[in-house]
Design a protein around this ligand. Structure first.
Ligand code: 13P
Length: 244
């Protein structure tokens, strides 16, 4: 269960979140719990989560280890700051910051080299779904990005299916729609990396996951977890999601 805070919260607000959140999830051993705050809050989050099962991640990284790349953050920097995870290829990065399947692959390889666990995002836009292109879009994103990994690299990633039309809109994919897309992704994995990889890969659903719809989504055997935006900002609501 991963929270993507996007561009929300200061270090002080991060600390306050963890003070409320940690006691609420102290009994949760059924899943891994990850919070991905903005870069400037990673130190505060790592510090606040110390001694708990909650792990911290970044929301992006650049593929070079260091260099003259103003404004960028590298995998080794994230790792040295105490992050264990990193989100890659989120639709907001694809829409607003020029992320492509090719750069998703570069970032994923760089994350693995830094010993970070990548959460690689894919998902279709509304117009693509309405045109019946969901499967083709997922295939293109998979082929252009994830499929370039070696089997050893692939075994270390988590995939997140996030239909763009469900992000921040309050429109969740129905559990069946999400499961259908997860099945498509799993079959792409099986075709490329084999049946064991297809069975083992964890696929998270993201897009307006809330305390009141998480149970239905998680009841689908195809759905292994959630990548939560808005509802992860509140300690009570993200704890309810974790404890679904
Ligand atoms: P919302 O949960 O706010 O729809 O955001 C989903 C998301 O983009 C998580 O990465």
């Amino acid at each position: 269960m991963a929270g993507n805070w996007k561009m929300y919260k200061t270090p002080a607000e991060t600390k306050a979140f963890f003070e409320k959140f940690l006691p609420l999830v102290s009994g949760a051993s059924h899943c891994e719990i990850v919070i991905n705050p903005p870069f400037v809050n990673i130190a505060a989050a790592v510090d606040a989560a110390k001694g708990s099962r909650v792990e911290i991640g970044g929301q992006n990284l650049y593929w070079a280890k260091e260099g003259a790349f103003t404004g960028e953050i590298s995998g080794p920097m994230l790792k040295a700051s105490g992050a264990e995870w990193v989100i890659i290829g989120h639709s907001e990065r694809r829409q607003y910051f020029g992320e492509t399947d090719e750069t998703v692959l570069k970032r994923t390889v760089a994350a693995l080299e830094a010993d970070l666990k990548p959460i690689v995002c894919v998902g279709e836009m509304l117009a693509e779904r309405e045109a019946g292109e969901t499967e083709a879009v997922l295939r293109t994103q998979f082929d252009g990005g994830i499929a370039g990994l070696s089997p050893e690299q692939f075994a270390k990633i988590v995939i997140a299916y996030e239909p763009v039309w469900a992000i921040g809109t309050g429109k969740t994919a129905t559990p069946e729609m999400a499961a259908d897309a997860h099945r498509v992704l799993r079959s792409l994995v099986t075709a490329k990396f084999g049946a064991d990889a297809g069975a083992a890969v964890r696929i998270l659903y993201g897009g307006s996951v809330k305390p009141d719809n998480v149970k239905g989504l998680m009841a689908q055997p195809e759905i292994d977890g959630a990548l939560v935006g808005g509802a992860s900002l509140d300690p009570g609501s993200f704890a309810s999601i974790v404890n679904f």
